[in-house]
Design a protein around this ligand. Structure first.
Ligand code: IMP
Length: 185
């Protein structure tokens, strides 16, 4: 059984493959650009994205829209996470957080899955903190500055460990239980 992961980010594909291997589901990385609307809800981006992709005739796929929401920055970068990562990067976020004591942040991942013609949309959350320096070489994006336990960054742990705690790992667990409820796997 195969699921296409439609993304430009190989890091996401690695994480999905790690989560689905035990179910015998293989991930196929598909680069297929689609329009992402600008809105305040990750779920809305995913819903619209699924419509766009289905119009192209693609079935049995996963897309995900994720964002880092930092309390002291009133939820920034949030739905602008991709833009902020490309422009100011982790260094810029750390500069904005200089001398800020409230370092709480939430990572969110909304997955849209088309499987056997059915639509499943789930959102996973990981609460954590923004570190004061970048740490680690694993992962991608904000991983070096986000910590789920206040000590280690997501870039200091393996893909498998990250999946145990992360927003994407939590979303995948919801997705798998919904696929099972619907007897799709
Ligand atoms: P996207 O639009 O879902 O691809 O993600 C928005 C931004 O958040 C991009 O810059 C990603 O690199 C970053 N991002 C998404 N998921 C993660 C993650 O699991 N760890 C670190 N950064 C992430």
């Amino acid at each position: 059984m195969k699921l296409k992961v439609i993304t430009s980010n190989p890091g996401k594909v690695r994480e999905y493959q790690n989560s689905f291997t035990h179910l015998g589901i293989e991930m196929e990385h598909l680069h297929l650009p689609y329009d992402e609307i600008q809105t305040f809800q990750l779920e809305e981006v995913v819903e619209k994205g699924m419509v766009e992709i289905r119009k192209k005739g693609v079935t049995d796929f996963i897309i995900d829209d994720s964002g880092l929401f930092i309390d002291s920055l009133k939820g920034f970068p949030g739905v602008w996470s991709a833009f902020a990562q490309k422009t100011i990067g982790n260094e810029g976020i750390l500069k904005l957080m200089k001398n800020v004591s409230d370092r709480k942040a939430e990572f969110k991942c909304c997955i849209g899955c088309d499987f056997g013609g059915e639509t499943i949309i789930v959102t996973g959350i990981c609460n954590g903190t923004i570190l004061t320096t970048e740490k680690g070489k694993e992962g991608f994006g904000y991983d070096p500055i986000f910590s789920y336990d206040g000590k280690l960054s997501f870039a200091e742990i393996s893909t498998e460990e990250k999946n145990n705690f992360s927003h994407r790992g939590n979303a995948v667990r919801l997705l798998i239980s919904e696929l099972k409820n619907r007897s799709l796997i």
